[in-house]
Design a protein around this ligand. Sequence first.
Ligand code: HEC
Length: 190
Amino acid sequence: MKTQTHRLLRNLAIMVIPFLLLIACTSEKQLEELVQTPQEEATAEDPVVPEEVAVPLPGLPEDVAGYTQWLKLNAEPIPPVPGGDPHNGTKNVYVNKTREIIAPDGEQQFPYPDGSIVVKEATRPGKDFIGLIAIMRKKAGVDPDHNDWEFIEYVRNASDAEFKVIAKDGVCWGCHTQVQDIDYVFTELE
Ligand code: HEC
């Protein structure tokens, strides 16, 4: 009697377990389908969007969008100048030209070509966001007395604020003429 019950139970198990497995597999497959379907639809409908679209920081002109991906002239961040810094903060300077263009034989050549844009960003002392952007743009004919550089500087006081113009041209040449021999740009390619 005992062995009969055992056999019955065993036979029952042999019949039921594959059935249970079948159900489990089916529902897993259905689940997968459920999860995958919306993804496939989204891919078919949405156009391919490039991963990184460069947008300028708020208030800055379009032509400096993505400037941090340009060639950086300085190797290490430029620290604040002790005793008074005209562009107060820790700075990086970028240019929209390749190393091959501005330093064809490994040594930097001057002047910068027409269309050059030099961007300096500064993080103010004690802050953790870019608070100052200074731009020099070389445009043929715009100011032959100063190697055709246009100067402009923007500032902001909060990380989500818009940049506003604070000064341009005359006030800038006054100081940058010190480095007239290297095309008015203090920072040289390192
Ligand atoms: C009192 C001197 C002084 C004045 C005024 C000044 N700058 Fe500068 N600028 C510097 C120095 C020095 C550097 C070199 C990097 C540094 O230490 O900040 C520099 C760097 C720059 C750079 C990065 C390229 C470079 O020359 O190294 C830009 C762009 C720039 N200044 C734009 C401006 C603009 C725009 C103005 C006017 C609103 C201006 N500057 C006014 C002294 C000055």
